[in-house]
Design a protein around this ligand. Structure first.
Ligand SMILES: [Zn+2]
Ligand SMILES: [Zn+2]
Length: 305
């Protein structure tokens, strides 16, 4: 049987914490996180709804056959959800929007989504929802299929509440997106229930198990998108983010071929982001790994690299 063309990884928002716009960050872009996996089919797959989702909304006009959207939500911090109330497709009849998200703190994503529209948060009336909405609960480590073709697995990373990284496979196109993530060493336990689990196994044993499982989750995944919000000089581990060094350490152990650095800090200008890549690439070359800065509206075919 003829193989499908590789899926395309599209970066629509690569900034972390909040959108930013200054004359000094136009090269990499200032929209907050939104990534698309384009399989070329009549549906589209999105990871997170930061302000970069506006690009997806704009581009959908070029694909009138696309009437279904699958949105994988990593977590509900503002930078990852702030565009949802402005998603024009909510008002489109004959349009399906599937949200795939974990519950966090005992609250379902459906409830959090509903609250985005309430209590005077919008200057306009809440959208008149005409689209069919589906809310699918994602359980970490349990694989599921999108449209019967795209395999997705979630992994709880070390970030506040429940935050999931996703590994997505479509035929030979495989990518993992590891959003906001902090190193878990030295008792820096941020994920929901991590402290309780560490209490029963011992912190050192829990941390080793978590780190081994993270590497296993990414093992031989050719393309990985990883949080590099901080650098070694300004790292605040308990804020829940990584550095290029942390990303490279995990990815080299997992034999990743292409590391895309993203969730660039809003304070980083284009020169800072470019320097980050240059320094990282020097180190990564020893591991036969390519390091690439995610840049808004860049597209990468998901070949095996
Ligand atoms: Zn974030
Ligand atoms: Zn976050």
């Amino acid at each position: 049987m003829k193989k499908a063309a590789p899926a395309i990884l599209k970066f629509h928002g690569v900034r972390g914490s909040r959108p930013v716009h200054t004359p000094f960050n136009t090269n990499y872009g200032g929209n907050s996180t939104c990534i698309e996996i384009d399989t070329g089919m009549d549906y589209t797959i999105i990871i997170d709804g930061g302000s970069g989702l506006q690009h997806v909304i704009n581009n959908l006009g070029e694909h009138p056959q696309r009437r279904r959207m699958h949105i994988l939500v990593t977590h509900t911090h503002w930078d990852h959800v702030l565009m949802f109330p402005f998603l024009q497709q909510l008002e489109c009849k004959n349009f399906e929007i599937h949200f795939h998200a974990p519950d966090a703190g005992g609250v379902s994503f459906k409830d959090i989504f509903a609250k985005l529209f309430k209590h005077g948060r919008l200057p306009i009336p809440a959208p008149n929802v005409q689209a069919k909405l589906f809310f699918h609960k994602v359980t970490p480590d349990a694989a599921f299929l999108i449209e019967g073709k795209v395999k997705v697995v979630g992994f709880q990373v070390n970030h506040q509440h429940i935050t999931l990284g996703y590994r997505i496979s479509y035929e030979d196109s495989i990518v993992a997106v590891i959003p906001d993530i902090a190193s878990i060493s030295n008792g820096n336990l941020l994920g929901e229930s991590f402290a309780e689990q560490a209490k029963s196994t011992g912190t050192e044993a829990f941390e080793k198990q978590y780190n081994d499982n993270l590497v296993k989750f990414l093992k031989d995944v050719p393309n990985v998108v990883f949080d590099t919000h901080f650098n070694a000089q300004n790292l605040k581990a308990d804020w829940g983010h990584a550095t290029p060094e942390i990303a490279m350490d995990v990815c080299s152990r997992a034999r990743v071929k292409r590391l895309f650095m993203f969730h660039h800090a809003p304070e980083e200008n284009d020169q800072d982001v470019a320097t980050k890549q240059m320094l990282a690439q020097r180190v990564a070359i020893a591991n036969d790994m390519q390091v690439i800065n995610a840049r808004e509206e860049d597209e990468w075919p998901l070949t095996a690299a």
